[in-house]
Design a protein around this ligand. Structure first.
Ligand code: G5P
Ligand code: MG
Length: 228
């Protein structure tokens, strides 16, 4: 028998560690990791209509409009009705949260509360492998060979929107739009906030929280279940 499905969201400003922590959760608990940023980058790479539109915002360090995000992500989530998942980076506005609410019930929301100075330091040191979305940090999580992806050996790049000018406005804007979303999930009693400057110190708390919430060993949930 399939275990109960589990749906979680991880929220936090750019650079707060959503991607890093999501990878650990996916590995330890077998939730499928869905990332709004990775999904946008896939659409940009594939030159879809939404991708072309999204690119004009991301390049300027702006958030992609709600209607574009919901049009892209909700159908994707609807395909996942038989899977447990962890959504990283969506919703991050109240309109997105309401749209998500109309398609599914969330079990848990993780909110990362990381000081501004820490975010600035991390993002200016962040490198990614575009094709896979693998993320490195020259101090915290360096690649084995400088400037190269560990698996493919391909060159790493820095996002334009990790550059300092774009960063300040991203961080400020994020705070404003996320506040009502955080309040909403708090009022529903599903919000868990974690504060700190180091992912490695936050992780044990998230790990133990999830151990109490996720009902069974993940393997059965995460393997691809063929549709009838
Ligand atoms: P993304 O790609 O979702 P952001 O801006 O939300 O981008 P980002 O940059 O991916 O978030 P993160 O996932 O929260 O950050 O953090 P991360 O990548 O794990 O960690 C950041 C860096 O710090 C990494 O280098 C990591 O190795 C390092 N690090 C982690 N922990 C530690 C630590 O403890 N110590 C140290 N020293 N380093 C550490 O979205 C991209 C764009 O798409 C649009 C927006 O334009 C966004 O800017 N977008 C949306 N627009 C509207 N609505 C939405 N819902 C959208 N979602 C995406
Ligand atoms: Mg990320």
């Amino acid at each position: 028998m399939m275990a109960k499905l589990f749906r979680a969201v991880i929220m936090g400003p750019p650079g707060s560690g959503k991607g890093t922590i999501s990878e650990r959760i996916a590995q330890s608990f077998g939730l499928k990791h869905l990332s709004s940023g990775d999904f946008l980058r896939e659409n940009i790479a594939a030159n879809t209509e939404a991708g072309v539109l999204a690119k004009t915002y991301i390049e300027r360090g702006l958030m992609v409009p709600d209607h574009v995000m919901t049009r892209l992500l909700l159908p994707r989530l609807e395909e996942m009705t038989r899977h447990s998942w962890l959504m990283d980076g969506f919703p991050c506005t109240l309109a997105q949260a309401k749209a998500l609410n109309s398609t599914c019930d969330l079990d848990l929301v993780i909110s990362l509360n990381i000081p501004y100075e820490t975010l600035k330091d991390r993002l200016s040191d962040r490198w990614i492998h575009l094709a896979s979305g693998r993320v490195y940090n020259m101090g915290f999580n360096p690649p084995r060979v400088q400037g190269r992806d560990d698996l493919s050996g391909e060159p790493l790049i820095q996002h334009d929107n990790d550059q300092p000018e774009a960063l300040v406005s991203r961080l400020r804007h994020y705070k404003d739009v996320a506040k009502p979303v955080i309040d909403l999930y708090k009022s529903k009693g599903i919000l868990h906030t974690f504060s700190g400057t180091e992912t490695d110190r936050i992780w044990p708390y998230i790990n133990s929280l999830l151990s109490t919430k996720i009902p069974s060993r993940p393997e059965t949930d995460t393997q691809h279940i063929p549709l009838p």
